[in-house]
Ligand binder design. Structure first.
Ligand code: FMN
Length: 169
């Protein structure tokens, strides 16, 4: 599968089978996060994968009672310490975590898995639940697993609506 094939095959899944994710696949997904680019190559992210059933169950209350996340065989959690504003005015921590999560969720697609990014979560509750060190901030969460049925991604805007060559106007 090419990168573009993985991008095209990705869609958000909110119901998974109970098939566990094989260890070799988990290792490949974590490697994708580890190899992602980071601002000034500082590599301040931790790539957490939650596979413990009880912890996954407890994550529901940390994720605004989104019950469906319990069907996932694993939950990816991206956190990082030591944020700083980059010269462009954006948070290095948020950007690094988002890039790593993108890499991991696309690698998951290559391996026959799907995921769903979450913004409905309490970073503080996730921190407590997973014993994440005080100086870390949880930036992104994504349940991951084998989809219960085939699906497709949501409609996307047309190229002409979102792509700009050179000046915007
Ligand atoms: C940053 C981000 C946060 C999201 N938060 C949630 C969420 O809390 N709950 C949920 O069910 N879906 C969430 N989604 C999934 C989006 O709803 C989904 O990506 C969007 O509808 C497009 O569908 P697609 O992923 O199938 O292309 C989130 C997606 C992103 C990128």
């Amino acid at each position: 599968m090419t990168v573009m094939e993985a991008i095209q095959a990705r869609y958000s899944v909110r119901k998974y089978t109970d098939r566990p994710i094989e260890l070799e696949k988990i290792e490949k997904i974590m490697k994708a996060g580890r190899l992602a680019p980071t601002s000034s190559n500082q590599q301040l992210c931790k790539h957490i994968i939650v596979t413990d059933k009880e912890l996954i169950h407890q994550m529901v209350s940390a994720c605004e009672e989104q019950k469906w996340i319990e069907t996932a065989s694993a939950i990816l959690v991206e956190c990082a310490s030591g944020d700083r504003m980059m010269i462009c005015g954006q948070s290095a921590r948020s950007m690094d975590c988002a890039i790593a999560m993108s890499y991991m969720t696309l690698e998951a697609v290559e391996l026959g898995l799907q995921s769903c990014w979450l913004s409905w979560f309490s970073p503080d509750k996730v921190k407590v639940l997973l014993n994440i060190a005080d100086d870390y901030v949880v930036v992104a969460v994504a349940p991951i697993g084998y989809p219960e049925k085939d699906g497709h991604r949501s409609d996307k805007k047309l190229t002409k609506e979102v792509v700009v060559y050179n000046k915007m106007k």
